[in-house]
Design a protein around this ligand. Sequence first.
Ligand SMILES: NC(=O)c1ccc[n+]([C@@H]2O[C@H](COP(=O)([O-])OP(=O)(O)OC[C@H]3O[C@@H](n4cnc5c(N)ncnc54)[C@H](O)[C@@H]3O)[C@@H](O)[C@H]2O)c1
Length: 387
Amino acid sequence: MQEIGVGVVGLGWMGRLHATSYQRVPSRFPELGLRPRLIAAADPVPANRQAAREQFGIEEAVEDIEKLLADPRVDVVSICSPNALHRDLALTAAHAGKPFWIEKPMGVSAAQSREIRDAAASAGVATAVGFNYRHAPAVAHLRSLVAEGRLGRITNVRCWLVADYASSPDGPLTWRYSREQAGNGVIGDLLSHGADLVAHVTGQRVAEVVASTDVFLPERPLPLSAGVGHSGIKVGEERGPVENEDWAAALAHLDGGAHATLEASRVARGHRSDYALEIFGTEGSARWSFTRMNEFEVQLGEGGLEHGYTTVLAGPGHGDFARFQPGPGIPMSFDDLKTIEAAAFLSDVAHGTHRAPSATDGLQAAEVGEAIVRSAAGRAWEAVAPA
Ligand SMILES: NC(=O)c1ccc[n+]([C@@H]2O[C@H](COP(=O)([O-])OP(=O)(O)OC[C@H]3O[C@@H](n4cnc5c(N)ncnc54)[C@H](O)[C@@H]3O)[C@@H](O)[C@H]2O)c1
């Protein structure tokens, strides 16, 4: 087994999940012959450093990110801090020759994402971006249906990522609502996954968009404590402004000729985490939703016209399912998708494969987001810069 030293920056929701995902790679992907060793975590919050050591078995937890990045035992870096730190961390890792697995959105702007992609390319280091929904076995199967031409010519795609995590006006004004800290709101947070899913499954990138965006809850209470993800955060009486988008919707043209609609919301009451993709072709249709991650629906060929969609439960024949469960219809989890992502990243690092969503994919999604912002401001179609 080849040992790979790992450093994790930011031990919140994603940092904790990266840590456990690395730990699961040897058991789920034994053929890689890789054994990640969790060397160090960096986080400014003492409770997170304590959790790193005691709950996640990370050997050392430090406050100083530079110390982690300079540690010669750290071969690869997970970048799981708030978005505003991504650029500097990624550039430092690239200059030190350390491959990195970075959470989406890669930077707070397309320009930052381009700097990150270019720095990784010139350093020749492998990258991975946290587009985890790609790895759902049902999504992998939809992609192969498209690639094999089973749906015929792809005519149009619907993709929506609507959630209610920010629906309460009394939810804390965390870093996610600051343009400086997070970038463009729900566009970078959720719609980036959609831009990636559409391109990954159809093989066509979003080429131009016309869009509308809005902030529905313009202020929120300031947080009084740290938390993990969206939870465990105490708030006070004082309120501050929400600076970035709660909602965005776009009509799009894909570069292979298909049409698409993309919508994202963080204030969609009733929808917990409804992330869905539906693909229509001349010979059939297929759809998947994260709320029912372990199934998909298909309508194929002339016979399918009689009865519409058929529901299929994911099983060992789909994507990486068999690595997690031996029999069909046994549900996989969100965490499993991250294990697949960790394995893809480490395989790319150690074996020179190209399995993980790359920094170029992260840049492409960022360019879609920025074209949406430009289009909404100018009320006109906007071209999406190629990565
Ligand atoms: N792929 C996905 O589905 C997904 C889901 C959630 C979040 N994310 C992304 O993951 C990243 C982190 O989000 P999260 O939900 O884990 O946030 P979080 O708030 O739970 O965690 C962020 C962590 O970073 C730490 N941090 C803050 N400043 C730091 C610094 N200077 N150095 C080191 N650590 C620092 C915080 O203390 C916290 O522990 C974001 O980029 C977010 O967009 C991706």
